[in-house]
Write a protein that binds this ligand. Sequence first.
Ligand code: PMP
Length: 454
Amino acid sequence: MHNVKEEAQSLLEKDQKNVWHHISKYDENTHPMIAKEAKGSWITDHNGNKYLDGMSGLWCVNVGYGREELAQVAYEQLKDMSYISMSQSHLPGIKLAEKLNEMLDDDYMIFYSNSGSDANEVAFKIARQYHQQNGESSRYKFISRYRAYHGGSLGALAATGQSLRKYKYEPLTSGFLHVAPPDNYRRPKGQSVEEYNLQKAEEIEEKIIWEQKETIAAVIMEPLITGGGVLIPEPVYVEKVQEICNRYGVLLIIDEVICGFGRTGRTFGHMHYDIKPDIITMAKGLTSAYLPLSVTAVRKDIYETFNSSDDENSHFRHVNTFGGNPAACALALKNIEIIERDNLTNRAAVLGDRLRNELKELEAHPYVGDIRNQGFVMGIEMVEDKETKEPAHDGRVKKIISDCKANGLIIGRNGDTVAGYNNILTLCPPLSSTDADLDFILSVIKKVFKENET
Ligand code: PMP
């Protein structure tokens, strides 16, 4: 006879002895959740506790957990042909590339990798080589934004704008520059949102000029900064950045690792704006994290410079073993089919609106400074003082998160920064969440904030 508690305790001990957890310090008082199964929006742990996963794992399980049709597709593909490297090709890889182009409504070449970091590294290498092949080898620098997260490998981390994640691993890849993103809630008093956003875009132009325009390869940005605190720009910002990039011959890389696949209420986050990215990176929602897969989508005319030259070394010298695994590609296709069939992109918009409307009452809470969302991704910015906007102290933010967890709801928190903006709670539930799931999220958040008014 299994004793559930004993089994859970024994697992915990083995975990503590052998498993090095991501991004958290070993602490014997805060046990990790040891998950046993997950279905829909819910995770059950080995003690039998159930949690609604208000963060879709790491912002990735767009279609929800435990869909048998996804498991089935991967199983069938693994049985038929488990592996072919992407120096060759295969049907699921071809079909997925074709499908992604249909979704992008354009002609991109699809390069497969395994993770969001990989996809961004590939984008950086392609951008540098592209400029070299165009006779502009001086263009090697990238501009990204403070507070953004673009991955953990040394290049993607260099692009990342969160110092606490970086400073112990320096020197990182050289040639990465940062500017501040628009943070509309904290814009200077008296400045309109449009003026402020325009000014922030112009700071990118200033950076290009100060750094010598012939040295800039690309700008990389998310459609909205997700992990850095859910910072949603005005269209004028994104469209101005595109115009500046065009004017200076700088490529625009859009990181859709979180914003893609319906999350923001559009197929891709950049589709809220009138822009045409040169390179688009995708991961997470591409397979809803059932299997690892990522994509770097590259405009056709950029790709063509890699093939047209007489130089026999003009091809892209990059390979990774696992990228484009046939089962992952087949699963991604099914995942996209589910998103379309179940109308989950529209559902993200509907659920996001409901979340936003019903949480409006939190604006009166003494420690809530701002609530913002685009589709089904939300940030609740906590402050000590609504007038000065001093970020809420660590303990206050942690208390809300742990009280939510005690009530069965997992929520997230803005990635760390030395600037002190670690005060933003994040919500990014599966797009497949039911109305009852949303009711649950709302009831827990309202209850927890009510209990934490002093
Ligand atoms: N870009 C963004 C916007 C991300 O949020 C992340 C991961 N959180 C990455 C890139 C890196 O993805 P991965 O963890 O799969 O390497």
